[in-house]
Design a protein around this ligand. Structure first.
Ligand SMILES: [Zn+2]
Length: 210
């Protein structure tokens, strides 16, 4: 089974991809993780990528494609895989098919922009133990302080309203043609990404098995 998960930042793609990976015994491939892994292992590609990122550039589709082409040869991909965070635009989608062949399904996790803003601007994390909180949905016992280690919680620089709205705008502009492309192929399924994580997961399974 070859799947792609599409959804805006904060839609919960990573969480659902993880559950799908376990449930169907397929590999969860996040291109962000692949890049970080190359950097951590200090490979030639990793050094190249790290330099590009330090300079604030974008890692080319060519680099990501060649990394993916290698990754899907791994043993854990023999039953299939789920791609999380890639492709992000039409050109990448076309390039991807040259590597993977036809995809079985593309799941779009749909969440309203105002919900995403609410989710992302409320996030706080502990700089010490990395525990994650949300001021509304998962608040610490004492406001602004980590339950586990008592460290003062911080907000990521990117998690302010203006930045989130801007990321969403870019997301919608680049993924609209992507969504149309997969719709045209008859493999797109849209699932509402609001509510209980397990309910959303069950809905995705229904779509895949229905
Ligand atoms: Zn902590």
């Amino acid at each position: 089974m070859k799947l792609v998960l599409v959804g805006c930042p904060g839609a919960g793609k990573g969480t659902q991809a993880e559950k799908l990976s376990k449930h169907y015994g397929i590999a969860h491939i996040s291109t962000g993780d692949l890049l970080r892994d190359q950097i951590a292992r200090g490979t030639e590609l990793g050094k190249k990528v790290s330099k590009i990122m330090e300079e604030g550039g974008l890692v080319s589709d060519e680099i990501v494609s060649s990394m993916l082409a290698e990754r899907i040869k791994d043993e854990d991909c023999k039953n299939g895989y789920i791609l999380d965070g890639y492709p992000r635009n039409l050109a990448q989608a076309e390039g991807l098919e040259a590597i993977t062949g036809p995809l079985d399904k593309v799941i779009c996790i749909d969440v309203d922009d105002n919900v995403i803003v609410d989710r992302m601007t409320g996030r706080r994390s502990c700089p010490n133990c990395k525990e994650m909180y949300h001021i509304k949905y998962n608040p610490p016992k004492v406001e602004g302080v980590c339950d586990d280690c008592g460290t003062k919680l911080v907000q990521r620089k990117d998690d302010n309203e203006e930045t989130v709205l801007n990321r969403l705008k870019v997301y919608h502009e680049t993924t609209a043609p992507l969504i149309e492309y997969y719709k045209g192929k008859g493999i797109l399924a849209t699932v509402k990404g609001v509510g209980d994580i397990n309910e959303i997961f069950a809905e995705i399974c229904r779509v895949l098995e229905g």
